[in-house]
Design a binder for this molecule. Structure first.
Ligand code: AP5
Ligand code: MG
Length: 190
């Protein structure tokens, strides 16, 4: 299986690049943010827990996220591989991912770390906020999401660096130029 973790600050282009990766490599896309927004829309218990946390830029609890992810992975073991978009966001989630993939005889092939300059990130998110309807696309919550990323998710990047699986792609560029870098990285692991 080809299993890719795509990480990076809010608005760094994880979703945009995941869509192209899916088209190109036929992987199964798991976006934990999209999963949570679907739960909120459906009014489930998990959705009710997640709603105010997301609007406040905070992470939902690890146990809930790990359980949701495990169910999705187990339901798609016939996939060619997965692209994990927005997961893991804590070291506990990274350890749980290693364990759950180990149980189905596979592992994380590589992490793509998307990098975008701060001002460009904020500009892109505010721009998206005009039409996205996302409760977290406003200046106050964007700043909180960036703080949470730096405090809780940067250690995950170090976690993958330790096993030489972290590769950086700059997205201070066009979508296509970014994908050219992403493709080079993925192809080098095949
Ligand atoms: P999530 O939905 O994952 O949000 P995020 O990480 O903040 O990232 P975004 O989805 O906002 O941005 P993106 O990196 O996908 O960028 P995009 O491609 O859209 O999570 C939301 C919340 O859910 C979290 O805050 C947390 O509360 C909760 N959550 C989710 N997962 C969790 C987990 N594992 N544990 C705990 N809690 C969790 O691009 C952004 C914009 O830029 C778009 O408009 C796009 O069109 C544009 N764009 C992209 N690339 C370019 C380019 N090259 N040129 C011009 N425009 C571009
Ligand atoms: Mg996204």
């Amino acid at each position: 299986m080809l299993n890719i973790v795509i990480s990076g600050a809010p608005g760094s282009g994880k979703g945009t690049q995941s869509d192209i990766i899916v088209e190109h490599y036929g992987l199964y896309h798991i976006s934990t943010g999209d999963m949570l927004r679907a739960e909120i829309k459906a009014g489930t218990t998990n959705g009710k827990i997640a709603e105010s946390l997301i609007a406040d830029g905070k992470l939902v609890p690890d146990e809930m996220m790990i359980a949701m992810l495990r169910d999705t992975v187990v339901a798609h073991t016939d996939a060619k591989g997965f692209i994990f978009d927005g997961f893991p966001r804590t070291v506990a989630q990274a350890e749980a991912l290693d364990e759950m993939l180990g149980k189905i005889g596979t592992s994380v092939t590589c992490m793509l770390c998307m990098e975008v300059e701060h001002d460009l990130l904020v500009e892109r998110l505010l721009n998206r906020g005009k039409t996205s309807g996302r409760a977290d696309d406003n200046l106050e919550t964007i700043q909180k999401r960036l703080d949470v990323f730096n405090a809780q998710t940067m250690p995950v990047i170090d976690y993958y660096k330790k096993s030489n699986r972290c590769h950086t792609a700059s997205n201070n560029t066009t979508v296509d130029e970014c994908f050219a870098q992403v493709k080079r990285i993925i192809d080098s692991t095949l």
